[in-house]
Write a protein that binds this ligand. Structure first.
Ligand code: HEC
Ligand code: HEC
Ligand code: HEC
Ligand code: HEC
Ligand code: HEC
Length: 330
């Protein structure tokens, strides 16, 4: 009997709380927290945390390639974006500054979400939860990515593309890189894995490869149909190489021959042009070679780091990932 009354009161209280939560979306204001680590977000935001942990953002400080090129960050210029202060600290559109604490967390939750007043930028305002989110739409602007992703012009390339024009083709950075977890229900939020050059499927969707023979000459065309910026973009270590090889009548394997490279070279590679393929553009290459008169195979390979072990005899099948290939008959 007594138990039922207590339970009844409990249910009524719960009902009132739920109604309050629905109509005001808050209880008593939560006390401000001085966030020390993104590990503190994990308990309440498990899904975002799991996706982010598997992302390259989470590895920005530990990434072996970065450590190698930065001499284990003894080049202090490299710390800025690989262990950044919050983007709202420096202001959206400005380049980020380096931080001195919890560097191992790389580009973490706090770097993207924490505002100058300690609240978290998001889609809702709720003063009743620990992180005190506010609706702050600056977070989703391409310029928010640009604090770290415009040193090689990725945001500027996007602005010059059809994807930046208002209308049916408009797609911003997060439309492509943070798809909704459930396309039918945006309220389930966006995928924080943020795939890039390490995801071959994404790279395959960036470009098409077509091949034909015209007046006896083999021609291969690469078109940037799916990237909202140059292909490949941003990191200068990326390269996309076009190769071809004759198809021997007896099927014996032939050496691949490189005919073109899409890449923005390192600064010290003086004299090398930037050959990235802008969004929407197509490049056609004629293979003017006596060995190309018979049946040939053409292919586009993607390379995360630019140099081949033996530049005179590159082995793209071992050293790169195959993006697309085609065959041209005699
Ligand atoms: C202005 C911000 C910024 C600075 C400064 C910066 N980086 Fe980066 N770095 C990035 C971004 C953004 C990416 C991801 C780009 C991409 O994936 O194409 C990246 C990616 C990389 C990668 C590729 C990682 C991989 O796994 O493939 C390497 C290597 C790298 N940076 C090295 C360096 C070195 C060395 C320095 C210092 C000389 C440096 N970075 C300074 C922003 C920066
Ligand atoms: C004690 C639990 C708790 C902790 C710890 C916490 N949050 Fe939250 N956070 C919530 C809840 C609950 C909501 C949803 C509020 C709502 O929908 O009204 C929320 C909302 C948010 C939002 C807005 C979500 C949206 O839909 O717009 C962001 C962004 C956010 N949190 C980031 C963080 C980050 C980053 C941290 C760590 C620094 C963190 N939170 C720590 C409970 C927490
Ligand atoms: C590189 C920047 C970046 C990092 C790192 C990042 N977020 Fe986000 N987060 C965003 C953006 C952009 C959105 C999309 C907001 C929108 O759609 O309005 C978002 C959305 C959210 C939301 C709203 C619900 C959802 O999942 O879309 C929550 C909660 C959130 N982030 C929490 C976190 C937590 C916790 C971490 C760390 C584990 C984290 N974020 C790391 C940029 C980031
Ligand atoms: C505070 C700096 C910072 C911000 C803001 C930021 N990034 Fe990054 N991003 C990086 C760094 C650094 C890397 C490289 C990490 C590594 O591999 O070392 C990176 C890597 C990436 C990659 C490459 C993944 C791969 O496969 O190599 C993608 C894609 C990406 N970011 C997309 C975004 C998008 C979209 C936004 C905006 C919503 C964003 N980033 C915001 C710093 C940032
Ligand atoms: C229409 C879809 C689309 C839009 C919009 C888009 N991207 Fe991409 N992005 C791609 C595809 C496809 C790739 C893989 C091909 C490549 O590397 O260029 C990619 C690759 C990347 C990479 C990884 C490069 C590497 O090799 O690791 C980064 C970083 C990146 N995008 C950042 C951005 C930023 C920042 C914006 C907004 C200014 C943006 N992207 C807008 C589709 C898009």
């Amino acid at each position: 009997m007594k138990l039922r009354i207590v339970l009844g009161v409990g249910v009524a209280a719960l009902g009132a709380w739920a109604l309050a939560a629905i109509f005001t979306r808050s209880e008593a204001p939560a006390a401000p927290v001085a966030w020390q680590s993104s590990q503190q977000c994990v308990a309440c935001h498990a899904e975002e945390a799991r996706e982010w942990t598997g992302s390259w953002h989470a590895q920005a400080w530990t990434d072996v390639e970065v450590r190698k090129l930065s001499n284990d960050f003894s080049n202090a210029d490299c710390i800025d974006c690989h262990a950044p202060q919050p983007i709202f600290e420096t202001g959206i559109g400005n380049r980020v500054l380096p931080r001195t604490t919890r560097r191992v967390e790389g580009v973490d939750c706090i770097a993207c979400h924490q505002m100058q007043d300690g609240r978290m930028a998001g889609t809702v305002q709720n003063d009743g939860v620990a992180c005190r989110p506010v609706a702050q739409r600056e977070l989703v602007r391409p310029e928010a990515c640009g604090g770290c992703h415009n040193q090689h012009g990725t945001v500027d390339q996007w602005k010059a593309s059809r994807f930046a024009q208002p209308g049916p083709e408009f797609r911003d950075c997060i439309a492509c890189h943070m798809p909704y977890r459930d396309p039918g229900d945006p309220s389930k939020g966006r995928d924080h894995t943020m795939h890039g050059g390490h995801d071959l499927e994404l790279v395959r969707g960036a470009v098409t490869l077509t091949a034909r023979r015209e007046n006896g000459v083999a021609r291969v065309a690469i078109e940037n149909v799916g990237a909202g910026h140059n292909f490949p973009t941003d990191e200068r270590s990326r390269a996309a190489d076009v190769f071809w090889r004759p198809v021997a009548a007896d099927g014996a394997p032939q050496l691949w021959r490189k005919i073109y490279r899409f890449r923005n070279p390192y600064r010290f590679e003086v004299g090398e042009p930037n050959t990235e393929l802008p969004a929407g553009q197509k490049l056609e290459i004629a293979i003017d070679d006596a060995d190309a008169r018979g049946a040939i195979e053409v292919a586009l390979f993607f390379k995360l780091t630019p140099y081949y072990e033996d530049p005179a005899r590159p082995d793209p099948e071992r050293e790169c990932s195959l993006v697309h290939s085609a065959r041209i008959e005699p």
